[in-house]
Design a protein. Structure first.
Length: 192
């Protein structure tokens, strides 16, 4: 059995990321990735079971970062003020910029790609977080789970749109993310 080398694995991941970002899942082949990584297709199978496993290895760091930000228990909606919203926007922007290609691949929603349910998963995570922190803080007559689902869907769709339209202006990106969060959650205290 051949010993796996971290440098070969990283080369495969980098080639796969470039190809998936440029061509999408359906139009990316393992042969294409192997050629870009200067290895054989057979060598890819020493590191990854199949194309889908390689896909998830490419996007997993971005997916884990997204989940960590949404699920961060230190961010309680009870303390959502302008400074807190600015910090959350900065964190989301930082993660997006650090893993921009992975993030865009993950959010592509390409038919036939293994990530077709990721957008819905993000909405569920946001909804769970809103239901955990925000819903109980509201008066009983304002506790509507459907509103939390709609809010989660709108937040996710807005964020995806802003990230998709990113043009290289980091300040504008951060400002847009901050405005979205503020529009949807900035006046939570007024819901009571």
């Amino acid at each position: 059995m051949q010993i796996q080398k971290e440098s070969v694995r990283n080369s495969i991941l980098q080639a796969a990321e470039e190809s998936l970002f440029s061509w999408g899942y359906q139009h990316t082949s393992l042969r294409q990735i192997a050629n870009s990584a200067n290895i054989t297709v057979g060598n890819i199978y020493r590191y990854f079971e199949n194309k889908e496993a390689l896909f998830w290895a490419v996007v997993e760091p971005a997916w884990e970062d997204i989940k960590q930000i949404i699920q961060n228990q230190e961010d309680s909606y009870e303390k959502w003020d302008t400074d807190h919203i600015q910090q959350l926007a900065a964190n989301l922007t930082r993660v997006f910029l650090a893993r921009q290609k992975q993030f865009m691949i993950l959010m592509s929603n390409e038919i036939g790609a293994p990530n077709t349910g990721v957008r819905e998963d993000v909405e569920i995570l946001i909804c769970e977080r809103l239901s955990l922190d925000l819903l109980p803080a509201l008066p009983s007559d304002k506790q509507d789970p459907l509103i939390m689902e709609i809010l989660a869907s709108a937040i996710a769709a807005s964020m995806f749109k802003v990230f998709r339209e990113y043009n290289g202006d980091v300040r504008m990106l951060t400002e847009r993310v901050s405005r979205i969060i503020h529009i949807f959650l900035g006046d939570v205290k007024d819901w009571k």
